[in-house]
Design a protein around this ligand. Structure first.
Ligand SMILES: Nc1nc2c(c(=O)[nH]1)N[C@H]1C(S)=C(S)[C@@H](COP(=O)(O)O)O[C@H]1N2
Ligand SMILES: [Mo]
Length: 515
């Protein structure tokens, strides 16, 4: 029962902080701050494990893990408080201090944002005390601490009354905490007008429209991923447990560091600039062989080379460290942002303002590089610097400082472990080698000869290219292997590599049973 009291009190800490937190920075409530701090201390192996295991549900998995950890700690604290109240109080205050430390060290969070966590902790203490009193009145257990005064009320009650009193208080408090937490979430959503501002935003027409997409980019095989990924289906990978909410009137991008001329851009500057539109396939370095952490969209934005031309990088600069409002950063080679590949500060995705999860109002899109070294969402700062002088977020955590995308072919149909009827089986998928392009995709059944797949039309070298293959399948278990050749003539390597530190490699092999 003491352990249960601990769990209820912990729930009150989180719920009260959530409710009061609706009036403070969204990222400053205990769960988000604890989780974000945990992510920041994540070593490369663990991040990779989390994504390999949970995919884009990694955040949900983190919350479940955190919930269980907090529940176990709360049980322990409850029992400690029952035996020695002063020690329990110390424990709760210590946990409160840890939460506050996590909150105030978040980027973009101020000291005042500690208020919800402080008030939550105090509320938790009060509840813990109120639940302990009837427990101390239960004289049944020999270890019931003699000195821990149950109040007169509790002392004069019988066992049954104290027990009932405890469960009634615990139950009512738990329900109240649930209501407070839900109310807090709803309130903070209602108070946010960023979603409405995004919906009200009309994007300007580009000065240079995207190149027309040729007919036949889509693989004819049913079930192959759509060539253009709808925004809602676009994979999402980031360290942001709660999505940053940026008001476009407050947004500014500072370009500074090794430059002749510091430049500051407002959102209006972007709307007024000569924008371009272009299809680009984004890929995550954590994508395992055969994985689906890649998506293709039409982006609208300002070429970063235009911004750099105004800032005039100084000799010796070789990198741009882009930073988001929430502390993520990416190191991108300076020359990549200056060449003709159309790296951009994007404000539009598939004809809409960027969705909040994909970087609203402004993100970077850089063809040819994995997202962790280029695709900064919620970007607010570009520091022109040198690789020798500065390290990006994931580089500090064991990943590479550079991340050109490796050539990769993927089978979408049939799925791994599928059962298919004998005869003609349609095989299809996609392949990418951004900035080099895909010139060939080959299929190998079991240990047979490599056979060329039919390539779908190529939109550009910075988008993925789909393919199809007709397989004459004979009954039994079979392996389908796939490999691509890029525009330089290089065949995708069969050398297996893990995603850490600079991207997975190897040929995907799909097992199917032909019936
Ligand atoms: N601010 C911010 N930007 C970020 C990240 C992040 O964690 N924070 N993750 C990067 C990574 S690892 C990838 S793969 C891409 C993914 O972009 P998407 O979520 O729009 O698909 O965003 C990049 N930009
Ligand atoms: Mo990524």
């Amino acid at each position: 029962m003491a352990a249960l009291a601990g769990v209820v009190a912990a729930g009150v800490v989180l719920a009260v902080a959530e409710l009061i937190g609706a009036f403070f920075t969204a990222r400053a409530t205990p769960l988000f701050a604890l989780g974000s701090t945990f992510i920041d201390f994540t070593p490369p192996g663990l991040k990779d494990f989390a994504i390999a295991t949970f995919g884009t549900n990694d955040k949900a998995a983190l919350f479940v893990g955190m919930g269980l950890t907090i529940a176990v700690l709360a049980c322990v604290l409850g029992v400690v408080a029952y035996r020695k109240w002063a020690l329990g109080v110390l424990g709760v205050l210590f946990m409160g201090a840890v939460i506050v430390a996590c909150v105030v060290t978040r980027s973009g969070v101020s000291g005042a944002d500690a208020v919800p966590s402080v008030l939550g902790t105090l509320a938790g203490l009060v509840v813990l005390r109120r639940l302990m009193v009837p427990l101390w009145g239960l004289k049944k257990w020999p270890e019931a601490p003699a000195g821990q005064a149950a109040d007169d009320d509790a002392r004069n009650q019988g066992e049954g009354t104290n027990r009932r009193r405890f469960f009634a208080a615990a139950g009512v408090t738990a329900v109240a905490a649930g209501i407070a937490a839900t109310g807090g979430r709803l309130l903070s959503t209602a108070r946010s007008n960023v979603t409405k501002a995004r919906e009200a935003l009309t994007l300007p027409a580009p000065a240079r429209a995207a190149a027309a997409v040729p007919a036949g980019v889509q693989s004819p095989v049913p079930g192959v991923t759509p060539w253009l990924t709808p925004n809602n289906d676009f994979y999402r990978i980031d360290t942001a447990l709660s999505v940053p909410e940026i008001n476009i009137n407050d947004w500014a991008l500072r370009v500074h560091g090794l430059v002749e001329q510091e430049v500051t851009l407002t959102f209006q500057d972007l709307l007024d600039a000569k924008l371009i539109e272009s299809h680009v396939t984004l890929t995550c370095v954590s994508n395992p062989v055969g994985g689906n952490l890649a998506g293709n969209a039409k982006w609208l934005g300002l070429p970063i080379r235009d911004v750099l031309a105004r800032a005039k990088p100084k000799d010796g600069a070789d990198m741009v460290l882009s930073k988001s409002i929430d502390g993520f950063s990416a190191s991108t080679p300076l020359e990549v942002l200056q060449d003709d590949r159309d790296a951009m500060l994007a404000i539009g995705m598939n004809g809409e303002p960027l969705p909040l999860e994909h970087g609203y109002p402004v993100r970077m899109v850089v063809p040819g590089l994995y997202g962790f070294v280029s695709a900064t969402k919620w970007v607010v700062d570009l520091e022109v610097t040198r690789f020798a002088d500065n390290k990006a977020y994931w580089t500090n955590r064991g990943w590479s400082e550079r991340g050109p995308i490796k050539t990769m072919a993927r089978v979408d149909v049939p799925k791994s472990f599928a059962k298919v009827p004998a005869g003609k089986v349609a095989v299809g998928g996609t392949a990418w080698a951004q900035t080099r392009g895909i010139t060939k995709v080959e299929i190998q059944i079991d240990n047979g000869n490599w056979a060329e797949a039919t390539l779908s039309a190529e939109a550009s070298t910075v988008t993925w290219r789909q393919w199809s293959y007709e397989w004459d399948a004979t009954p039994g278990p079979h392996y389908i292997k796939v490999r691509a050749t890029d525009g330089t003539g290089e065949v995708q390597t069969d050398q297996r590599a893990d995603p850490v530190p600079d991207g997975a490699s190897g040929w995907q092999s799909v097992m199917v049973t032909v019936q």
